[in-house]
Write a protein that binds this ligand. Structure first.
Ligand code: GDP
Ligand code: IMO
Ligand code: MG
Length: 428
């Protein structure tokens, strides 16, 4: 039963896109299970960069079925633009399938996200302003429009008309903002629906049949464990479940069908938006890692906050996700940094804690306890694709991370390109 979940173990941007693309070479299906166009997954193949927001990162491997699962909220304008871009660069998107139960992210969700963020003042979450929170809110309040609703045009009119009217009342009365003309919204979504209709399918059945037939399925999470609506640093989180359990609900697959969970860990930590970040570096060291690692948001271009690796958080993420193997990325970015630090515990008042605190106000007061390791140089890592050839200091870093997190690293990524990946054991 080769069905493996790829999950971010930090605050997103761990390199899920790169690792999914690498692993997709051996997969038959790649399935996105949550999030929306807030995700920005970068894949580099043969020096050419692709930034994917809605389409699974398996799309650049020919002949794969790429599924946008029921747990995803899809902005059709972003999806179509991305499909056109991928096609214009010589790739085939005919293998793309969209769940009939995935929710359609509408222009009024984007407006609502902007207005809500604007009204939060100092309590801003720092959302990507892609309409994610409002789209999931409508899903759970049963006001959402699903891809299956786009097939019958008259039914769509009946479902959409009262929703647009209610959004317009909200914008006007709460924010004094202008609304949307119904016909305009309806006509735009119909045009998008006609383009996307051939791709809409019962994807839960498709994925389950593939697993039953012995096919290899890769589930690609967006965001990361600490942005999870249940397990993250609430309220500074996204509105879905990036954690491994989200793959089951977000794709319609039972937990007994999952054979492994690969946790993606960047060799240091980054975070975009507000919220607690115990190992954050506000000094020159943080800036130099940001510049070297190109740590600017793939979706919004915002500079990412940078910090040392935090194994207190990683241990928690390994537990919550049931991680069976790690993929450690961006070890090359730490090259030439001098000594490398790993947070092994927190100091909380007079106590030293090794377990991730359940209360968010406690996390905000935690001071990291560091262990210092020898670093490595750019020359030592350049072009290395064999684990036995990596510098001894980096091997010690990898072993120490494995020991502290309690999970072995199957993959080590030492560069942006698909080829710059070291495989130690098979995960499929
Ligand atoms: P994702 O959201 O988890 O898919 O990650 P992003 O794509 O948003 O951010 C990761 C960034 O690091 C991208 O620019 C990747 O091309 C890049 N990247 C991924 N793995 C490596 C690596 O091992 N080394 C370097 N230097 N860059 C990497
Ligand atoms: P990938 O898949 C990093 C962050 C936002 C904000 C919070 C809520 O590329 O790792 P939202 O727009 O989801 O309501 O914003 O979550 N965020 C991400 N940070 N990587 C992402 O995706 C993110 N998607 C959302 O910055 O703090
Ligand atoms: Mg990203």
């Amino acid at each position: 039963m080769p069905a493996v979940i790829v999950v971010g173990m930090q605050f997103g941007d761990e390199g899920k896109g790169k690792i999914t693309d690498y692993m997709a070479e051996r997969a038959d299906l790649v399935v996105r299970y949550q999030g929306g166009s807030n995700a920005g997954h970068t894949v580099v193949v043969g020096g050419v960069e692709y930034r994917l927001h809605q389409v699974p990162s398996g799309i650049l491997n020919p002949g794969k079925i790429c599924v946008v699962g029921n747990g995803v909220v899809v902005d059709p304008s972003v999806l179509i633009k991305e499909m056109d871009d991928i096609e214009s660069r010589g790739h085939d998107v005919s293998g793309l399938r969209i769940s009939h139960a995935a929710h359609v992210l509408m222009p009024y969700h984007v407006r609502q996200d902007e207005l809500e963020e604007g009204s939060r003042g100092a309590r801003q979450i720092g959302t990507t302003r892609r309409g994610i929170g409002p789209a999931y809110t409508d899903k759970y309040s049963r006001e959402g429009i699903r891809f299956g609703d786009l097939i019958d045009e008259e039914c769509l009119r009946k479902r959409l008309e009262p929703v647009v009217a209610s959004k317009n009342r909200l914008f006007d009365r709460l924010y004094g903002a202008s609304g949307f003309g119904f016909e305009e919204v309806y006509r735009a979504v119909l045009a998008q629906a006609r383009r996307l209709r051939p791709h809409i399918a019962d994807t839960a059945r498709l994925v389950n049949n593939a697993i039953a037939g012995g096919k290899k399925v890769l589930f690609e999470g967006a965001q990361g464990t600490f942005l999870d609506i249940d397990h993250g640093t609430y309220p500074y989180v996204t509105s879905s479940n990036p954690t491994a359990g989200g793959a089951c609900t977000g794709a319609g697959v039972g937990p007994t069908r999952i054979s492994g969970v690969v946790g993606i860990v960047k060799a240091y930590t980054s975070r975009v938006g507000s919220g607690p970040f115990p190992t954050e570096l506000l000094d020159e060291k943080g800036s130099s890692i940001r510049e070297k690692g190109g740590e600017y948001g793939t979706t919004t271009g915002r500079p990412r906050r940078i910090g040392w690796l935090d194994t207190v958080m990683l241990r928690y993420a390994a537990t919550i996700n049931g991680v069976t193997a790690l993929a450690l990325t961006k070890v090359d970015t730490l090259a030439g940094t001098g000594k490398v630090k790993i947070c092994t515990a927190y100091r909380l008042g007079s106590r030293t804690v090794t377990e991730y605190p359940a209360a968010m106000d406690e996390l905000a007061r935690c001071e990291p306890v560091y262990e210092e390791l020898d670093g490595w140089s750019d020359e030592e890592v350049a072009g290395v694709t064999d684990y036995d050839r990596i510098p001894a200091s980096m091997r010690r870093f990898v072993s120490r991370v494995e020991e502290l997190v309690g999970v072995k690293a199957a993959l080590i990524s030492a560069g942006r390109d698909r080829r710059q990946t070291i495989s130690r054991f098979e995960v499929f």
